[in-house]
Structure formats: structure tokens, C-alpha cells
Design a protein around this ligand. Sequence first.
Ligand SMILES: NC(=O)C1=CN([C@@H]2O[C@H](COP(=O)(O)OP(=O)(O)OC[C@H]3O[C@@H](n4cnc5c(N)ncnc54)[C@H](OP(=O)(O)O)[C@@H]3O)[C@@H](O)[C@H]2O)C=CC1
Ligand SMILES: CC(C)(CO)C(=O)C(=O)O
Length: 317
Amino acid sequence: MREIKKAALIGLGAIGGFAAPGLCKALGSENFCVIAGGERRMRLERDGVIINGKQWKFQTAEPSWESRPADLIILSVKYTALDQAIEDIRNQVGEHTVIMSLLNGVESEERIKAAYPDNEVLYSVIRVPALHHGNEISFPVGAGKISFGQAYNDTLSETVCSVRDVFEKGKIPYEVPKDMLRNMWHKFMTNVSENQSAAILRVPYGIWTISEDANELREQAAREVIAIAGKKGIHLTEEDLLEHRTYFESAPFYGKPSTLQDIEAGRKTEVEMFAGAVIRMGKELGIPTPYNQMFYHCIKTLETWNDHQPDHKQDDA
Ligand SMILES: NC(=O)C1=CN([C@@H]2O[C@H](COP(=O)(O)OP(=O)(O)OC[C@H]3O[C@@H](n4cnc5c(N)ncnc54)[C@H](OP(=O)(O)O)[C@@H]3O)[C@@H](O)[C@H]2O)C=CC1
Ligand SMILES: CC(C)(CO)C(=O)C(=O)O
């Protein structure tokens, strides 16, 4: 089995901060680097990042630097920065480099595979409510995990085992689901329905414990994902929707999905990988997606409004 001895990460934000300390601990600081260019790299070198109250200064690498290829590269940028990140990792990619994307959505793996067709790209998603303000990153310790693997993991491939070993060594919480595609699409279904309706209505998770109207809106959008998934052979069901209702009982009442945080902070959202993707796939497969079409236009409207209100950004606390 090929051992992972060197890793690189691109996107040291809320989610990058979840994985980076463990990778550094598992492999040693000389075998782990954060890829970042120009001013961003200078900032990371100068200030580092504060992760749950502790300062970390990881080794950094300019995208233009030639280097020994990494055995593992993790992408944890927002969707709006994905194309650039895919190019920026190029000098760290070698013949045997395994690539993982912690982005939400169901498309980033395909995009990476298109750019690096000869490399192994594992599927992965992360479930953790993480925050990022300035150079401070925080998340509840012990509350999140990375799900990763091949599409199906009845038996674990050598690559999955080698990544698992690094996660074990670095104490990075993880699981390898038997049906990784279903796991990823389940998260996609929840993001498409929760993130977008919360962003449009400007309401936190608690709304789904007190409003049937909010649940109706959320679940109608989720049903469009279920229909698309079904056509692709991925088994999501009405039972999944029912079962997911219980999640909100334990979610922080005033907690906000990342799309609402983006809107409130005046940032561009990841709507293209949520409603944008649902609309595109719906067209390809002949499945109507009226809720996601409405969500798409509402979120684009809020982004445009933000662009015209440079001094009107709210705190995303
Ligand atoms: N936050 C959360 O709770 C969760 C997020 N996710 C998903 O994880 C993904 C990442 O989100 P999140 O961590 O919140 O986003 P953040 O904005 O916190 O982090 C992204 C980081 O990427 C950096 N970056 C962007 N472009 C480049 C580049 N070309 N080279 C190097 N660094 C770059 C940014 O740097 P800079 O700040 O300098 O611009 C930023 O630090 C998203 O798809 C999100 O949906 C999934 C689950 C939960
Ligand atoms: C925090 C979490 C896991 C669920 O809402 C998320 O994926 C997001 O906010 O984008």
C-alpha cells in the first residue's frame, strides 16, 4: 500500500482549519503545506491562523513553486474559487497524488477529475458548523467529521486505507460510508434545501422546529434533488426527509447555514453549486425544478443588492 508522506491543502478557511492541524501533526510540519499565492501567502506567513484559540503557522507554498509532488491534496476553497484552486495545485500534483475536495455540492470531484484525469479523486464531504472571521477559525470540537471514500466502500481500497491512516494519526474525525455517493447526495439535498431557503428568508435553523411553512418550502426543494438523484441511481427517499426533521431539534436554534452567512457578510454565495447545479441537472434529465429556479433568482437578487450596498454589510455572528 502506498503510504501518504506529504500533503498539501488549498483553502485555509473554516473547513481548511478543521483538517490542517491534524495533517500537520500526522505528517510533520515539514511534510505539510498550505498552497497560497501572493498577498494571501504573505498574510499566512506573517499572521498564521487562529484555530479554536490556538495560533498555527503552517508551511506555505506559492502555486508557481516547483516541488516534490504531494501524495495527498485537499481542496477546501469556496465554489467561487474552485477553478483557480484547481490550477493552483498543479505544481504539487504528481503521478500518484490523491486528491480530495471538501467542498459542498456534488460537482467539484468531476471538475477536478476533468483537470487531472490520471489522478485518483476520492469523494468527500464534511459536516461541521465552522466559522471564519479574519484569521480566526472556529468549530465545535468533537462535533464534525469528514465522510470520504470511493463511490462504494464495501471493501476499502488501498487509497482509502492510506488516507484513513493519516486521519487516524492526525486524529481528524472521519467516516468511510459504504455508499459514499448516497452520503454526498444526502448532504447536497440538505444544503440545497436548508442553505438556500434560510438565506432567502434570513432565518436560522430554529425556524424548522417552529414553522410548518418553512418545512414545506425546504422539503419541496429537497424533493427536486431526490427526483434527480433517483434518475442517477442514487437512493434518496421521503423517509430521508422525515428522518432529517429530527436533526433540527439538536441544531443550534440561532445557527445559520453558510449561504445565509455569505449573504449577511456581503459575499458571493455558492448558489451555482446548489440551485445552479439542480437546474442544470433537471434540464438534462427532464425533471422540473421550480423551487430551485425560484431560489436561484432570489439569491442572485440578494447578491446584486449586496453589490450595490458596499457599506451595508451585516455581521455574520
Ligand atoms: N463553513 C462551514 O461550516 C462549512 C463549509 N462547507 C463547505 O466547505 C467549502 C469551504 O468553505 P469555508 O471553509 O466555509 O470557506 P472559507 O471562505 O472560510 O475558506 C475558504 C478559504 O479559501 C481561501 N482561498 C480561496 N482561493 C484560494 C486560492 N486560490 N489559493 C489559496 N487559498 C484560497 C480563502 O482565502 P482568503 O480568506 O484569503 O480569501 C479562504 O481562507 C465550501 O464549499 C463550503 O460550502 C461544508 C461544510 C460546512
Ligand atoms: C454547516 C453545514 C454542515 C450545514 O448547514 C453546511 O454544510 C453549511 O452550512 O454549508
